[in-house]
Design a binder for this molecule. Structure first.
Ligand SMILES: C[S@@+](CC[C@H](N)C(=O)[O-])C[C@H]1O[C@@H](n2cnc3c(N)ncnc32)[C@H](O)[C@@H]1O
Length: 355
C-alpha cells in the first residue's frame, strides 16, 4: 500500500497505467494536496451559514462512521442492503453476460461486500479481473481490500481514497469498464447535485462503458421511516457521530447530550430528511477558521437526505446524459431497482464546468 501526492491528472494517469500493468493490489490517495481538516472546516462553516443549515453527508464516514454504517446495514428495518445484495446474487450472471469482460469500478464502495457474486461471475469469464473501489473512507477501503484479497486472490484490487468528483477525470483510463453506484447512494445527492454528478461523470466515460445504478424506490412512508429510525438506535448513533467528529477535528465543543436524531419522509420531495435536533442552544466552534455559530434550542441541522425514486422515471432522465438502458432489475416487492446502462453518445445537456 502507498499514498502519493499528485496534483496533475496526467501524472495520475501514468501512475494508474503503471499500476494496472503491474497487477499489484494497492491503495492510492487522490487529492492529497488539500488539507482534510481544512476541507471539513470550510464545508461545515459553509453549511452552517445556509438557511436551513445543512452539513455535507460525506463527512459522516470517518472510520467510526463507516463502522456504524455497516451496523445499520445489518438492522432488520434497513431492507435496502439485504434487498440489493440478493438482487445482485440473482442477476450477476446476466449483468456479466451483457457487459462482457470489463474493469469493475465502484463509486462509494464502503465494505464492497455486495460485490462477491459479481466477482464470481466475472471470474468465470476471465482468470483475473480488476476492481477499483473508490471511497472517502480510507478505513473501509483498507478493510475491503484485505477481505477481497483473502476471498478472491484473482481480483486485482486498486483502492482509491477519493471523492467521486476527483476520480471522474481519470475514468477513461479504465475503459472498457462497468462503473457501479450501489446502495442508493445517489439518493444522498439533491436534484441539482444529481444533475452535476451525471453531467461530470458521463463527460469522462468512453462510449460503450457501462453503469450499474442501485436505487431505493418510493414505498409506504412507514417502511421508509422505520429504516432510518431503527429500534436499536444505530442510525441515531450515526448522526451523532458527525458531531463527535466535529468536536475531535474542529474543536466544536458541542454538548453531545443535546443532539437528537430525527428522520422523516418528505412526500413532496420524495426523500427521507435526516437532521440533528438540538434540545438546548449551543455555540459551535470551527476552530481552524476561528469562527463560532450559535444554534438555537429546537433548531435542526440537516445531516443527510435519502431520495426515493420511481423506476420508470429514471431511463428518460439518464438518457439525457447519453446513458441508454440495457436492462432493469427489481425484486418481488418492487422495493429496490438496479439499472444497467451503457454510454452510447454524448450528453444532450450543456456541460457543467467544475468550479
Ligand atoms: C450509503 S454508503 C453505501 C456503501 C456501499 N456502496 C453499499 O452499497 O453498501 C455510501 C458510501 O459512499 C462513500 N461516500 C460518501 N460520499 C462520498 C463522496 N463524495 N465520494 C466518495 N465516496 C463517498 C461513503 O464513505 C460510504 O462508504
Amino acid at each position: 500500500m502507498f499514498n502519493r501526492e499528485h496534483t496533475d491528472i496526467k501524472d495520475k494517469e501514468l501512475i494508474f497505467r503503471d499500476l494496472l500493468s503491474t497487477g499489484r493490489s494497492t491503495m492510492l490517495a487522490l487529492g492529497k494536496e488539500s488539507d482534510p481538516i481544512c476541507e471539513f472546516a470550510l464545508s461545515t462553516a459553509a453549511g452552517l451559514e445556509k438557511t436551513p443549515r445543512l452539513l455535507e453527508s460525506r463527512f459522516l464516514y470517518d472510520a467510526r462512521g463507516s463502522e456504524i454504517y455497516e451496523n445499520i446495514c445489518a438492522q432488520p428495518e434497513y431492507y435496502l442492503t439485504r434487498t440489493e445484495a440478493s438482487m445482485l446474487d440473482r442477476f450477476a450472471a446476466q449483468i456479466s453476460r451483457i457487459t462482457g469482460s470489463v474493469t469493475l469500478l465502484e463509486l462509494g464502495s464502503g465494505n464492497s461486500a455486495k460485490m462477491d457474486s459479481l466477482f464470481r461471475e466475472f471470474l468465470e469469464q476471465s482468470s483475473r479481473i480488476r476492481y477499483l473501489p473508490v471511497d472517502v473512507s480510507s478505513s473501509a477501503l483498507r478493510q475491503a481490500g484485505k477481505d477481497i484479497r483473502r476471498k478472491f486472490p484473482d481480483v486485482h484490487v486498486i483502492g482509491i481514497h477519493s471523492t467521486y468528483e476527483k476520480m471522474f477525470p481519470l475514468l477513461s483510463c479504465f475503459s472498457p469498464s462497468l462503473i457501479l453506484f450501489l446502495g442508493s447512494t445517489i439518493g444522498n445527492l439533491d436534484e441539482q447535485e444529481t444533475i452535476r454528478f451525471f453531467s461530470r461523470m458521463t463527460r469522462q466515460m468512453e462510449d460503450g462503458d457501462f453503469f450499474l445504478l442501485g436505487i431505493d424506490l418510493v414505498k409506504d412512508p412507514a417502511l421508509l421511516e422505520a429504516a432510518y429510525n431503527d429500534a436499536a438506535g444505530v442510525t441515531r448513533e450515526f448522526t451523532r457521530n458527525l458531531f463527535v467528529r466535529m468536536n475531535r477535528e474542529l474543536g466544536s465543543g458541542i454538548d453531545l447530550e443535546t443532539v437528537e436524531h430525527e428522520a422523516k419522509y418528505n412526500p413532496d420531495l420524495r426523500r427521507i430528511e435526516i437532521a440533528a435536533r438540538f434540545d438546548r442552544g449551543q455555540q459551535i466552534r470551527i476552530s481552524p477558521l476561528g469562527r463560532t455559530f450559535s444554534v438555537r434550542s429546537g433548531e435542526k441541522i440537516r445531516t443527510e437526505i435519502s431520495r426515493k425514486f420511481v423506476l420508470d422515471e429514471m431511463p428518460p432522465f439518464l438518457s439525457a446524459f447519453g446513458l441508454e438502458l440495457r436492462e432493469v432489475f427489481t425484486d418481488e416487492k418492487k422495493w429496490f431497482g438496479l439499472l444497467l446502462l451503457q454510454k452510447t453518445r454524448p450528453s444532450t445537456l450543456k456541460p457543467i464546468y467544475d468550479a
